[in-house]
Design a protein around this ligand. Structure first.
Ligand SMILES: [Cu+2]
Length: 498
């Protein structure tokens, strides 16, 4: 046994054939006649875990045999039936995939949520492989771990390479609704959300952006007359989990001395960014958000909320325990797993690091180069996306507009090369997530370069980052900050084309 969370190669292709039950949110064209077995069933359930010795009830997305999420193969169809076995509506988003828009899993945008006891069917081709994940886009369910890995194997996966999935999460014993309520109340200052003009502080941030490249916000460092610290970690969590566990009782994965490991790190946290710390091991980053990059060697890698890192490791021949840690940005809290090569003792690892991890920067992002970039092309359409809002009243918005169903979608036309120019006018970093398209980072602070193809990019305070994509998947799509409580507060918008 690799671990209790290890993926079992599930019976994806069974001999039983069941008809696809059409549902409103299943695109008619998706129901092809292709007959490669029954759909994989994913059940949305409540489950119990133990966090530092205390019981907790969270959600889970599991197959009937207990497998968390899905591991499948590129080129196959994504044929899935989601069964809602919790007592509230839910809907699952296939984070990073490019399904027909009705199957994207965003309630109120892609379709209605699945009622308790109901189910929904999905069927679309898997055009590319990599490390993805799935999570509820309904309310605050993601905070309660309504999420799971979604691994699509491809030619990168080698027979002589052991796959290890590390799913990071932030955990609180407080109900998410209470967390949000407390953020909203925080200090009782008036709300800055809605159509309020940019605050002087925001204007100041803009000025700061000019020197932003050289000015890495560090904990405790004064930032242009703003608060002494950048705003990191709005929520004080009780624990940080790696595959459901803390470092008091970490997952220990047996690996081959001298063997190769492919680490698939998924940051499924609601609000927390980390630096992945490989200790004495040299890692080779080969993909971000599922897409290949020119390999980057390092022992520490930043990972923002919702991002993924594929890291190749060569395990030394000598028996040893190799912790793979994730240190919370701006703090010392850490979580992780242990790779155990041979009969090595596994020492207790403290759940705080000796030194605080710095705030995430764009240093790595600016070095990443897509292995398969978009074709160079002039943008046909440019949307400026000012990230706006403030901690006061916990109002977060895009272009000073707080999301509601009445906000018109951004216009896009089919076939266009679109650029989203994201400018952060707040003192908080925002991991921005674009749905349904292969997006590429093509500019940071005015410098053009063929950066990573990815679905989620961090925009730190005062910085400007440009996402380019080809409008090749018509529909109504979400585009938002992936910090759960920012999203809930209204840092969300849509774009549409036919
Ligand atoms: Cu945000």
């Amino acid at each position: 046994m690799l671990s209790r969370r290890a993926f079992l190669l599930s019976a994806l292709a069974t001999s039983t054939v069941t008809p696809i039950l059409a549902r409103a949110q299943t695109a008619p064209q998706a129901s092809s006649g292709a007959n490669d077995g029954a759909p994989t069933v994913l059940r949305l359930e409540r489950r119990s875990i133990e966090v530092n010795g205390k019981p907790a009830t969270v959600f889970g997305i599991r197959q009937p045999d207990g497998t968390f999420g899905i591991r499948t193969q590129v080129g196959k169809r994504f044929r899935v039936r989601v069964e809602n076995r919790i007592d509230e509506p839910s809907l699952i988003h296939w984070h990073g995939l490019t399904p027909p828009w009705q199957q994207d899993g965003v309630p109120g945008v892609s379709g209605p949520p699945i009622p308790p006891g109901g189910s929904a069917d999905y069927d679309f081709p898997l055009r590319f492989g990599g490390t993805y994940w799935m999570h509820s886009h309904q309310g605050l369910q993601e905070q309660l771990m309504m999420s799971a890995p979604l691994i699509i194997r491809d030619a990168r996966d080698r027979a002589d390479q052991q796959e290890v999935v590390v799913m990071l999460a932030d955990f609180s014993f407080k109900p998410p609704e209470q967390i949000f309520e407390e953020l909203r109340k925080g200090g009782g200052m008036p709300s800055m959300s809605g159509a309020a003009p940019p605050s002087p502080a925001a204007a100041e941030m803009k000025g700061m952006g000019q020197g932003g490249g050289a000015m890495t916000p560090m904990p405790g460092m004064a930032m242009g007359g703003m608060a002494a610290k950048p705003d990191l970690n709005d929520v004080k969590y009780d624990a940080f989990l790696a595959n459901d566990r803390t470092l008091r009782d970490p997952e220990v994965v047996k690996v081959e001395p001298g063997g190769r490991v492919l680490l698939r790190v998924i940051n499924s946290s609601a609000m927390s960014a980390f630096h992945v710390d490989l200790g004495a091991l040299d890692g080779e980053l080969i993909a971000v958000d599922g897409f290949r990059v020119a390999p980057v060697k390092a022992r520490r890698f930043p990972i923002a909320v919702a991002q993924r890192l594929d890291i190749r490791l060569a395990i030394p021949r000598a028996p040893a325990a190799h912790p793979v840690l994730a240190v919370l940005e701006g703090e010392t809290n850490q979580t992780g797993i242990v790779l155990r090569a041979g009969q090595a003792p596994v020492a207790r690892i403290p759940d705080t690091a000796a030194m605080a991890s710095p705030a995430l920067t764009l240093d790595l992002e600016s070095r990443l180069r897509a292995a398969h970039p978009l074709k160079p092309r002039k943008a046909d359409r440019v949307h400026t996306i000012n990230l706006t809002g403030s901690m006061a009243g916990y109002g977060w918005s895009i272009n000073n507009v707080t999301w509601s169903k009445d906000v018109p979608p951004l216009p896009v036309a089919k076939g266009e090369r679109v650029e989203m120019v994201m400018v952060n006018r707040t003192p908080m970093p925002h991991p921005m997530h674009l749905h349904g398209h292969e997006a590429q980072v093509v500019e940071i602070d005015g410098k053009r370069f063929p950066g990573a193809v990815r679905d989620t990019v961090l925009v730190p305070p005062g910085r400007r980052v440009v996402f380019a994509f080809d409008a090749n998947n018509p529909g109504l799509w979400a585009f938002h900050c992936h910090l759960l409580y920012h999203l809930e507060a209204g840092m969300f918008t849509t774009f549409r084309y036919v």
